[in-house]
Design a protein around this ligand. Structure first.
Ligand code: C2O
Ligand code: CU
Ligand code: CU
Length: 425
């Protein structure tokens, strides 16, 4: 149940990956074989890609489905034409190649379809995978990093099965989207992972249709070391962790005393982490300080924008009263400026995700963010009746031709209009 690493071939100095998307079939562990979508050789989800900061990568996505799709690198700082948003259509039988330099520091990212109107469905049936970005940051080199042994991917997806064990999918555009009650980790119901004994890094990705998790660890303290966009300044001991759709977090647990359970407040156990005392790993050291994060200063803000996450009708959503329209560019943003974006919602549960950048949270409901949300983020939870302020800066790329997206990552909301487009000029 650990997705394999995808091997790259080096072609003229470019790390080249083959990542076809296929229809497949998979038993999630209930004895029924379900039709799924998957990347590469997987029967569900996709292999984990490992990128090195400073490398050039090229990823070739062949669409072996009977419907069109796109593949988006969520959290990656890439040019708009390589971002895999709804404009980068891959028709059935077609192949799309994204190539770009990896210019960001170490982080856990992920990939998934971003097909206009059917992102929820394609992700729900299993099209999602993890990306690990590595770098040379000397202070983090001895964190647990043996993939599948003490560095474990945990890709969470919510599902609904009928009495025959068949997957049921629907878009539910109510206020909190379709919260399915069966939880899979790495494509498995009620899973366990056998890991080394001692400190274990868990890379959590919420690839669910709509569910927000509130995660605690039983049997070990839990330290968060990274958020969406990479390492925090320092490890933060947390009692619980909120993971909204689209969010990532890297946590450390300790299995020296035995099995550790990750538990969600509403659902119960998500995964059992079982130590194998015979497993060998590289030397592990958890540093007191992980990374230097220079906080943006509000004094340097040169422009402000506001985004209200609006309900249009019972099953349709919008941002600033506009439903997503691929022919309309909603915001035009000068490159390199520091901006303050204020995001609010009247009703429901939402997130606000911005492509291409990592931002900083200035305030949530008027208060500064806690340490675990004071690093780099690309997705933030926004409850109805509340407001968050973000400091954003788009410095890497201009995109006159293809826009980037911002949207709610509750996929039912995204697919029913809660998305907008921006260009960097
Ligand atoms: Cu996870 Cu617009 O993306
Ligand atoms: Cu994204
Ligand atoms: Cu929403």
């Amino acid at each position: 149940m650990i997705p394999p690493l995808l091997e790259a071939t080096e072609v003229d100095g470019v790390m080249t990956y083959d990542l076809p998307i296929n229809s497949s079939s998979h038993d999630f562990g209930n004895g029924t074989t379900n039709e799924t979508l998957a990347f590469g050789e997987q029967s569900v989800l996709g292999p984990t890609m490992r990128w090195r900061s400073g490398d050039d990568v090229a990823i070739s996505v062949k669409n072996n489905l009977e419907v069109s799709t796109t593949t988006h690198w969520h959290g990656a700082d890439v040019p708009a034409e390589d971002d895999g948003g709804p404009h980068s259509l891959i028709k059935p039988g077609g192949t799309w190649v994204a190539d770009f330099p990896v210019i960001q520091s170490a982080a856990t990212l992920w990939y998934h379809p971003h097909m206009m109107g059917t992102t929820a469905e394609q992700a729900y049936f299993g099209a999602a995978g993890m990306i690990i970005v590595e770098d040379d940051n000397p202070s983090t080199q001895n964190l647990p990093a043996n993939y599948g042994v003490n560095d474990i991917p945990v890709v969470l997806q919510d599902k609904e099965f009928d009495d025959n064990g068949e997957l049921v999918f629907e878009v539910d555009a109510d206020e909190d989207g379709d919260n399915n009650d069966a939880i899979t980790v790495n494509g498995t119901l009620d899973p366990y992972a056998v890991t080394a004994s001692g400190p274990v890094r868990l890379r959590l990705v919420n690839a669910s249709q709509a569910r927000v998790y509130e995660i605690t660890a039983e049997g070990s303290p839990m330290r968060q070391i990274a958020g969406d966009g990479g390492y925090l300044q320092a490890p933060v001991e947390v009692d619980s962790l909120i993971l909204a759709p689209g969010d990532r977090a890297e946590i450390l647990v300790d299995t020296s005393e035995g099995t550790v359970d990750l538990v969600d407040g509403r659902i119960g156990r998500l995964i059992e982490v079982v130590p194998d005392t015979t497993a060998t790993v590289d030397a592990v050291e958890v540093p007191a300080s992980l990374a230097t994060i220079e906080r943006f200063s509000e004094d340097q803000v040169v422009a402000e924008r506001t985004f209200s996450l609006d309900q249009v009708t019972e099953d349709a959503w919008a941002i600033n009263d506009n439903q997503m329209d691929m022919t309309r560019v909603d915001e035009s943003i000068p490159q390199g400026n520091l901006e303050k974006w204020t995001v609010s919602a009247e009703v429901g549960i939402h997130t606000f995700h911005i492509h291409q950048i990592q931002f900083q949270i200035l305030s949530m409901e008027g208060a500064p963010p806690p340490p675990e949300l004071s690093g780099w983020e690309d997705n933030v939870l926004v409850f109805g009746g509340s407001e968050v302020e973000l400091l954003v800066r788009f410095s890497s790329y201009k995109n006159p031709e293809t826009p980037y997206m911002y949207h709610c990552h509750i996929l039912d909301h995204e697919d029913t209009g809660m998305m907008g487009q921006f260009e960097v000029v």
